[in-house]
Design a protein around this ligand. Sequence first.
Ligand code: DX5
Ligand code: ZN
Length: 236
Amino acid sequence: MIIAPSLLAADFSRFGRDVVRAEKAGAEWLHLDIMDGHFVPNISFGPEVVRVLRPQTKMFFDVHLMCSKPEILFEPFAKAGADLITIHVELGDRVEGLIWKIRSLGKKVGLAINPPTQMQLMEPFLSKVELVLVMTVNPGFGGQPFIRECLPKIQQAYAWRKNRGLNYRIEVDGGINFATAAECARVGADTFVSGTGVFGQPSLRTAIKKMRKIAVENSPKLNSGPEPAADLFAGR
Ligand code: DX5
Ligand code: ZN
C-alpha cells in the first residue's frame, strides 16, 4: 500500500519544506498534479518546480499530467526527475503513441480516467501501463468531495488485473480521506493520493500512518494475488 501526498495541498510558498515534511512523515511517493488551464480549468506548476524539488528527497515522483498536449511536457518532466508519468485516457486515439513516448524516455507509465468516462476505454492499454489511476473527483482542484459512483471502476481495474495476470498498480485520486480510503481499499485500490486529506491534518506523520493502516486493513486479502512489485516503485 502506497500513500502519495499531493503537492497541490502543500503550502505553495514553501514547497521545499513540505516535501521534506512528507518524506519524514513516511510517504514513499509524492503526487505532482500538473494542470494546463485547458484540459482542466486551473493551472498548477511546471517542470522547474519538479527539478528544484528533486534533490530534496528520495521519494518516487508520480507526475499526473492533466494536460491537452502532454507530449510537449514529457521530456521536460523526465529530465526534471519524474519517475512515473500519467496521461489521461480522454486523449482518445493519441493514447497509444503517448504511452510509447513516455516509455521511450525510460519512465514508468500511468493512465488516468475521469469520473464521467467509461472504463471500457482503458481496456486496450492495460498491459502497457504500470499504473491505472481512477479519478474520484473531476480533476482541476484539490479539496473536492469524493464521487462514490467511481468505486465500481476500481473494482473493475482490480478484476481485470487478477483475471489477466497483469500487475499495474491501482491508484485513486480525489477526495481521499480516512473514510474514503477504506472504501477504495475494499474494492482493490493499492495506491492512495491524498491532498487535503493528509496535509489538512495536525500531524502529517500520524495521518499517513493512519491512512496506510486503514488501507492495509481493508484490502481484499483472499485470492488477491501479489501486490505489484514494490521495488519497481521504490524511491531513489
Ligand atoms: C485533482 C488532483 C488531485 C488533488 C487531490 O485535480 O488530481 O491530485 O490534489 O486533492 P484532494 O486529496 O484534496 O482531493
Ligand atoms: Zn492528481
